[in-house]
Design a protein. Structure first.
Length: 702
């Protein structure tokens, strides 16, 4: 009989264990971080999460706020990083902005000092937060190894699964992305909760020597800290991220299904009472955190894929099958995935993918050795329960992500390895080669992880990679478009050295991204159709295709259209097309639409074949639409530049009509509008170039 376990004996056991396994896990973690541990913060989601962590007091971390993730433990871990690594902002942050030489040849500084980087407060360095992500991932892999050993998976299988999970390329999204600290913490504390729940088990020999009732009364097998430890670890996990709720049913399954031997008697009231009392705290904390999470994401809930729970279940057959394929053959991973919803059983996909799921999962359990089948069944439950919070039954904008399978992958690997091990007994000659084959498999997975890790060196890399791999994902197209839009502005207005060739190439690619976006099934989860039209028209305008731009824009809302005065929660909801009963437009989108109309009118005024009166009319219309844009968003200085250009153009037209007094008035008004553009704005360089290079109108030459 085994001696009773105590915290001291367990700590001693872990401390005296060989460090070889820990070293291998460390090596696998380094594979995922070697290319990006010193990378900067990513534009996609890192900054908002850190604002929530450091922009609020620790008491406010536990107060649900709309559109702010409820992850108090993750926020606390970032606060620990700040203590460990100090303020990671650049010393140059907060210095006056150099605007280049002015008309007098002297270099000028911005009047207003920009905030220190994206943060007005101290934040840890990005490399420090990534190293801590890797440390938590490493510890989670080590706890997973201990858990599998406790479940009697065997030395070889436990090491194989832990190593595959730690070095798997699908883990890059959780480890190399700072804001996904919450995911690695869920794995660490969630696996620890399962490890604690598995304590107090009997060996197979003990089961044969004692029935269930005598075992239940044996004080030597009673572990007083088992359920309190489960409650503590599970609470830390679910306060890191609400997806830990998928581990709650797994705790119950683990208590009922003992992979080594069945120690839970369905006829024992004492056993059921012990299970109910043990799970009381986890169930209560799950209810509380779930309500808080729904309150924070109330504006992020979308209809399930296809519009109903039934279509979501049908679609999940494809999503789950694709997850399994990515675990076994991770050759086509993406940061975003395109998923076409399954609307009915007449679609062959649920039958095809459902059959595939049954063959892989059912076959793995059936092929496993008889004494291994409970362990394989536990792996099956682990895989599906851990995926349940992200199964789209409660609709979220992202239907399929690598980070969703982070917790579930060990369960599938456990089930699959049990089935694979069961087949090895039929090929005894291959048994001596199993260790070498397992090492080769781990090496291949680690190599694939090493190839994928560099993509997370910068958010631009994995966003552009996603649209190349998954062109039917609306979010991939939208995020890649944002990357190209920033590049276009950088190339077209890069101080005194613009690069028009690269700017035009970025604009062409931008147009092609928007052209196919309306066919993406998940478009309505992220943006409304009018905003897509505005962005496509804006991209066409940057290529000087002003006629196509005006046609792509289509109908523009009337001048008295309902607008949202601020981009608040209602605005976010409307921006993603999730508010069927509300009317209105986001101010910046509407301002951009008016700007496109004004630019189109201004381009028409430049057509020499039109009568002078019509050209003046088009120019005045451009000024009026620029005013509409300024009224909507006063701080969008693109419209100010448009208005200034239109006034100068109008001055030239009046000069052509020999009305020099009116021409000079319009010119002076246009110059004053251009001079009102502040130095810190993106439009300042364009406004400055016009002011410096365009002189007053001259009368018609005789």
């Amino acid at each position: 009989m085994q001696s009773p376990s105590t915290p001291a004996s367990i700590i001693k056991e872990i401390y005296t264990r060989r460090t070889g396994m820990f070293g291998l896990l460390l090596l696998g973690t380094c594979v995922l971080l070697y290319a990006n541990w010193r990378a900067p913060l990513h534009n996609f989601d890192d900054v908002p999460h850190l604002y929530h962590a450091f922009g609020y007091s620790w008491r406010e971390w536990f107060e649900p706020k709309p559109s702010i993730s409820y992850n108090p433990v993750a926020m606390f871990s970032w606060a620990v990083d700040l203590k460990l690594f100090g303020d990671g902002r650049s010393p140059a942050d907060g210095q006056p902005l150099d605007l280049g030489p002015g008309p007098d040849g002297q270099r000028r500084k911005a009047i207003t000092t920009p905030p220190p980087g994206p943060f007005p407060f101290a934040v840890p360095p990005a490399w420090g937060m990534r190293l801590m992500n890797g440390l938590y991932h490493l510890l989670a892999g080590y706890v997973l190894w201990l858990l599998l050993r406790r479940l009697e998976a065997g030395e070889g299988m436990s090491a194989l699964i832990a190593l595959l999970w730690v070095a798997h390329p699908m883990a890059c999204e959780s480890v190399a992305w700072v804001c996904e600290r919450k995911n690695v913490l869920v794995a660490l504390f969630g696996f620890a909760a399962l490890w604690a729940c598995a304590e107090g088990r009997r060996t197979k020999g003990e089961v044969r020597r004692a029935d269930d009732s005598s075992f239940a009364l044996r004080p030597s097998n009673f572990v007083w800290w088992r359920w309190p430890a489960v409650a503590v670890f599970y609470t830390l996990a679910i306060l890191s991220k609400s997806s830990a709720a998928g581990l709650l049913p797994l705790l119950a399954v683990l208590a009922v299904i003992d992979p080594g031997a069945r120690t839970h008697s369905t006829k024992s009231v004492r056993r059921w009472l012990e299970l109910a009392l043990g799970l009381a705290v986890p169930v209560a904390i799950t209810v509380i955190v779930s309500r808080a999470t729904m309150a924070t994401h109330v504006y992020d809930v979308v209809p399930p894929p296809g519009g109903s729970v039934w279509t979501a279940v049908l679609t999940d057959t494809e999503i789950f099958a694709r997850y399994i394929k990515n675990i076994l053959v991770p050759l086509d991973l993406s940061f975003f995935y395109g998923v076409q919803p399954v609307l009915s059983l007449s679609d062959p996909r649920p039958w095809m993918y459902g059959t595939l799921l049954v063959l892989i999962c059912g076959g793995s359990i059936w092929l496993a050795e008889r004494e291994r089948r409970p362990l394989a069944l536990l792996g099956l439950c682990w895989f599906f329960f851990a995926l349940a919070p992200n199964a789209n039954l409660v609709g979220v904008p992202y239907w399929m992500q690598d980070r969703y399978v982070y917790l579930a992958a060990p369960g599938f690997l456990l089930m699959f390895c049990c089935g694979l091990q069961g087949q090895l007994r039929y090929v005894p000659d291959f048994a001596p080669r199993v260790p070498a084959a397992a090492c080769a498999g781990v090496g291949v997975i680690a190599l694939l992880g090493a190839f994928r890790a560099p993509l997370f060196e910068h958010s631009d890399y994995y966003l552009l990679d996603a649209v190349a791999r998954q062109p039917d994902s609306a979010m991939a197209r939208l995020q890649a478009a944002e990357v190209l839009k920033l590049r276009f502005h950088r190339y077209s207005m890069a101080g005194d050295m613009p690069n028009p060739a690269l700017a035009r190439l970025s604009a062409k690619t931008l147009v092609s991204l928007y052209e196919g976006i309306e066919a993406c099934p998940d478009l309505r989860c992220h943006i409304d159709a009018f905003t897509v039209r505005v962005r496509r028209a804006e991209a066409l305008l940057s290529l000087d295709h002003w006629q196509e731009s005006r046609a792509a824009l289509g109908t523009v809302p009337p001048r008295d259209a309902t607008m949202l005065t601020t981009v608040d929660e209602q605005g976010r909801k409307l921006a993603r097309g999730r508010m069927e009963q509300s009317s209105g437009y986001l101010p910046r989108t509407l301002a951009t639409a008016w700007g496109i109309v004004g630019e189109s009118e201004l381009r028409q005024s430049g057509q020499k074949d039109l009568p002078l009166a019509q050209r003046i009319e088009h120019t005045e219309q451009a000024i009026a639409t620029a005013d509409e844009s300024i009224n909507v968003v006063p701080h969008d200085y693109t419209a100010h530049v448009l208005k200034g250009r239109a006034l100068i153009c109008l001055a030239d037209l009046f000069a052509e009509a020999q009305d020099m007094e009116t021409a000079l008035q319009h010119y002076e008004t246009g110059i004053s509008v251009l001079k009102s553009v502040p130095p810190g704005s993106r439009s300042f360089i364009a406004a400055r170039m016009i002011v410096e290079n365009v002189g007053p109108p001259e009368g018609p030459r005789r």
